[in-house]
Design a protein around this ligand. Structure first.
Ligand SMILES: NC(=O)c1ccc[n+]([C@@H]2O[C@H](COP(=O)([O-])OP(=O)(O)OC[C@H]3O[C@@H](n4cnc5c(N)ncnc54)[C@H](O)[C@@H]3O)[C@@H](O)[C@H]2O)c1
Length: 269
């Protein structure tokens, strides 16, 4: 079997899990190279893999990979997407917010005929949303409930002088478009981006954020209404064991996509 040569940029919570997954569980792929802005992280990861990948810089990794996997940061993703586009490399991008902020890149990617894979991340329902989009959609709403701890440091909280410690019961603190939500709550950017890109765009997608003192995990509900009827999904996300800010479902969604890339049978939209 000819194996797809993959390279991973970013050896943190997601990149490390995906590296181990490719290393042992994806028969159609080989992990040829990895890189990280902190070289020690790449070294530690390489030391823990069965087949040791090369540790090289980002440009060489992109040159030598048939599939570039980004698991670094939004800013790194912008650079990686541009470079992959210039070099006609297929890519799987975790920092979906980068695409939302530079949607013109989608035209370049399509013109070049290369593949950009954006896994569903920490939300459920993109399959039904994509199906609904083939007809008319009247509304898409994301309702996120977060523990107070997870809202600390959000620009919206500081700008509006919200005293999180005074919130004793579940409170709606933000309601607006996905476009407005990403600057107010940058930690929500990947969810808002994926929902907007799969659906009706960041200006029409509505976002509501509740501060929930009783919760310990992030909860995302998606409600879509249109010609087809209505659907609602809810995910209650446990964190990745290696990064409390990353939902484990996001890691699993990328693993599922890596498997799907080489499968000629596709189940689900
Ligand atoms: N799509 C989704 O649903 C979803 C969910 C969670 C996280 N994410 C995004 O995925 C990315 C990775 O998340 P994570 O939890 O693994 O983060 P992490 O902080 O655990 O790991 C990121 C790693 O990337 C490295 N890095 C940063 N900039 C780099 C650069 N320019 N070049 C090379 N390496 C670089 C860091 O040193 C770190 O090791 C983040 O941007 C995050 O927002 C997406």
């Amino acid at each position: 079997m000819v194996k797809i040569k993959a390279g991973i940029i970013g050896c943190g919570a997601i990149g490390s899990e995906l590296a181990k997954f490719i290393d042992t569980q994806v028969a159609h792929m080989e992990l040829a190279a990895i890189c990280d802005a902190v070289p020690q992280k790449a070294k530690e990861l390489a030391d823990n893999l069965v087949k040791r990948p090369a540790i090289i810089d980002m440009d060489r990794l992109i040159d030598g990979s048939e599939l570039v996997i980004e698991a670094a940061s939004k800013d790194a993703a912008k650079e990686i997407i541009r470079k992959c586009c210039d070099k006609s490399r297929n890519m799987l991008v975790m920092s979906a917010g980068a695409v939302l902020e530079d949607q013109s890149i989608l035209d370049h990617i399509r013109k070049k005929g290369i593949h950009l894979y954006l896994p569903s991340g920490a939300i459920a329902g993109l399959d039904a949303l994509k199906a609904a989009r083939a007809g008319e959609i009247s509304s898409v709403t994301l309702t996120t409930r977060k523990p107070l701890k997870a809202l600390e440091g959000a620009p919206f909280i500081a700008q509006n002088k919200i005293k999180l410690e005074d919130i004793k019961e579940e409170t709606l603190i933000f309601e607006g478009s996905a476009a407005e939500a990403v600057s107010a709550f940058p930690a929500n950017i990947n969810v808002a981006a994926l929902l907007s890109l799969a659906g009706i765009g960041p200006k029409k997608t509505r976002v509501r954020i509740f501060a929930s003192p009783q919760l310990e995990i992030n909860m995302h509900e998606i409600e879509v209404a249109g010609e087809f009827g209505k659907f609602t999904t809810r995910t209650e996300n446990l964190p990745s064991p290696h990064n409390p800010k990353t939902s484990y479902l996001a890691v699993l969604s990328a693993m599922a996509m890596l498997r799907q890339i080489a499968d000629t049978v596709r189940v689900g939209t």
